[in-house]
Design a protein around this ligand. Structure first.
Ligand SMILES: [Zn+2]
Length: 294
């Protein structure tokens, strides 16, 4: 699984990490990736995984991986609780994001190191190499549509020196950084990336770690493209999928208020989510990259 990210890092494109909490959102994402022959990461947060079920999520992804013949990495997004992380690894998740960004820097290092040790040890039981992501910097917002204006302070941004120190001390494979990104889509004021900060971080850490951009929804496409050129290899997308899903439902309920067949009611949502995922795959440059040996 790591090879999929290594190839992206080497060839300067990024993988989308698309969140799901229902079978049809996963289906829409996989169909989009299939159509564009793109490797993908699919993810559940602790809450999303709790809803669909961790084992159920892993089983569905396993079936899709075979049916669509695609490299699909299943990731636990924003894991904070070691019991849930353990559950996800046991269920078959290929990657885990341990989010200690709410802690002080020192505590974040302590907790992340502990989590890395724990996951490495625990995943041996299953004979699998789990990809581990850490996070530093203050990432604002939640995965929803925000009416308030986004304000990101200079002090929220990830420091290049800390990024290197953090990966050396914790041994993470991937690192989520804050460079002007935030969770969610903001109605007022746009999210501008501090690309100079990203360049400085990349200069410091080189290829020692996979750099991750959270809150990919709502960032201008040009900025995302430049960020990928500068070394981002994983871009998380959640809110835009949620908005597309909801828009599909609203459209359907307005057009056919008497419809009661779930698979008919859900089709417009699948179409909307698929459209967004396809757009993102094209933007991230992962189209036609499923062969990891070339
Ligand atoms: Zn995130």
């Amino acid at each position: 699984m790591k090879e999929i990210l290594k190839k992206a890092q080497k060839e300067h494109y990024a993988l989308g990490a698309f969140n799901f909490s229902t079978a049809e959102i996963l289906k829409a994402t996989v169909l989009a990736a299939k159509e564009l022959s793109s490797p993908i990461i699919v993810a559940t947060s602790e809450g999303e995984g709790g809803f669909i079920g961790f084992r159920e999520a892993a089983a569905l992804v396993g079936v899709w991986r075979e049916a669509a013949k695609l490299p699909i990495i299943l990731n636990l997004d924003h894991g904070k609780n070691l019991d849930i992380i353990k559950k996800a690894v046991a269920a078959g998740y290929d990657a885990v994001h341990f989010d200690g960004s709410g802690l002080s820097y020192k505590e974040n290092i302590e907790q992340t190191s502990k989590a890395v040790k724990y996951i490495r040890e625990y995943s041996k039981t299953f004979d699998r190499d789990v990809i581990i992501e850490g996070e530093i910097g203050y990432l604002r917002g939640a995965s929803s549509l925000h009416q308030e204006k986004l304000e990101i302070k200079e002090s929220d941004l990830t420091s290049p020196e800390q990024a290197l120190d953090f990966i050396e001390q914790t041994g993470v494979d991937s690192l989520a950084i804050v460079i002007g990104n935030a969770h969610g889509v903001f109605a007022a004021g746009e999210e501008k990336l501090h690309l100079d900060r990203l360049a400085a971080i990349k200069k410091e850490v080189g290829d020692k770690v996979f750099l991750v951009l959270h809150g990919g929804s709502g960032i201008p496409a040009e900025d995302v493209k430049k960020a990928i050129e500068l070394g981002i290899v994983k871009v998380n997308i959640n809110t835009e999928l949620r908005l597309a899903y909801k828009a599909g439902l609203e459209k359907e309920f307005a057009a056919s208020p008497s419809e009661t067949t779930p698979y008919k009611m859900l089709q417009p949502s699948i179409d909307e989510v698929k459209k967004v995922v396809m757009e993102k795959i094209k933007l991230f440059g992962s189209e036609n990259k499923i062969n990891i040996n070339n």
